[in-house]
Design a protein around this ligand. Structure first.
Ligand SMILES: [Zn+2]
Length: 205
C-alpha cells in the first residue's frame, strides 16, 4: 500500500495531467485491468468529495479503475454513513490516505450562506440535514465586526467546511483514531477550483 506522501504525490501528478489535457486514465481502465480487479481492490486513496457533477474524483485526479475509493455527498459533509464508509475502506484495504475534497462554487455552501442570511421554511428535512451539517463551521464567519465580502465569505466558508469534515473524520471515530495513531493513516483537506481545474491540498498535507 502506498504511504500517505506517495498517495498525495500520485494525486498531485494526476491532477497536473488532467489540467494539461495529458490524462491517461483510459489506459488505467482497460479490459485487462477490469479483469484483474475482479479478484479484489487495493485503492490507494479514499476521497470524500461533493456530488457536484463538475467534480468527479477519478477524472480530476486522472486515475483508473480500482485506484480510488470514493464517497460523494452534497457539500462533502460527514454523517455516520460517511464515517462508516471511510472506516470500511481504511480497515479492509489498508488505505492510508483520506482526502476531503471540496470545491469552489459549491451549491451546498451557497445554500447554507443563503440560509444564514435569510432563514427559509422551504427546504425539505432531508436537504436541511445537509445545510445543518455545514452550518456550524460557517456560522462563525458571520460573527466578526466587519463581515467579509460575498466572494471572500464563500471562499472562507468552503474551506471551513472542508476543515470541519476532516476534523470530524480525525476525531469522530475510534477506529480511525486508532488507524491514525498506529497505522499512519492521514486525513487531508483539499479544494478543487472549477475555474483552473487545480486541486489545492491546503490542510494537513
Ligand atoms: Zn459541492
Amino acid at each position: 500500500m502506498l504511504s500517505p506522501a506517495e498517495g498525495l504525490l500520485r494525486l498531485k501528478e494526476g491532477n497536473r495531467r488532467f489540467i494539461s489535457g495529458a490524462g491517461h486514465a483510459d489506459r488505467l481502465s482497460s479490459e485487462a485491468r477490469r479483469k484483474e480487479l475482479t479478484k479484489g481492490q487495493n485503492p490507494f486513496a479514499i476521497i470524500l468529495g461533493c456530488s457536484d457533477a463538475r467534480v468527479p474524483a477519478e477524472i480530476i485526479f486522472d486515475q483508473g479503475l480500482g485506484d480510488l475509493f470514493v464517497i460523494r455527498v452534497a457539500g462533502n459533509i460527514v454523517a455516520p454513513s460517511q464515517v462508516g464508509s471511510v472506516e470500511f475502506a481504511a480497515e479492509r484495504f489498508g488505505t492510508k490516505l483520506v482526502v476531503v475534497l471540496g470545491h469552489t462554487g459549491c451549491g451546498a455552501i451557497l445554500a447554507t450562506l443563503e440560509e444564514l442570511r435569510r432563514p427559509t421554511e422551504g427546504h425539505s428535512p432531508n436537504l436541511r440535514s445537509i445545510v445543518d451539517r455545514v452550518r456550524p463551521s460557517v456560522e462563525a464567519l458571520f460573527e466578526g465586526s466587519i463581515p467579509p465580502d460575498d466572494e471572500e465569505l464563500e471562499h472562507r466558508a468552503t474551506r471551513a467546511n472542508i476543515r470541519a469534515s476532516a476534523n470530524h473524520l480525525r476525531h469522530g471515530s475510534q477506529i480511525l483514531e486508532r488507524l491514525i495513531a498506529e497505522q499512519g493513516l492521514r486525513v487531508v483537506g483539499a479544494e478543487y477550483s472549477l475555474e483552473s481545474g487545480e486541486v489545492d491540498f491546503f490542510e494537513g498535507a
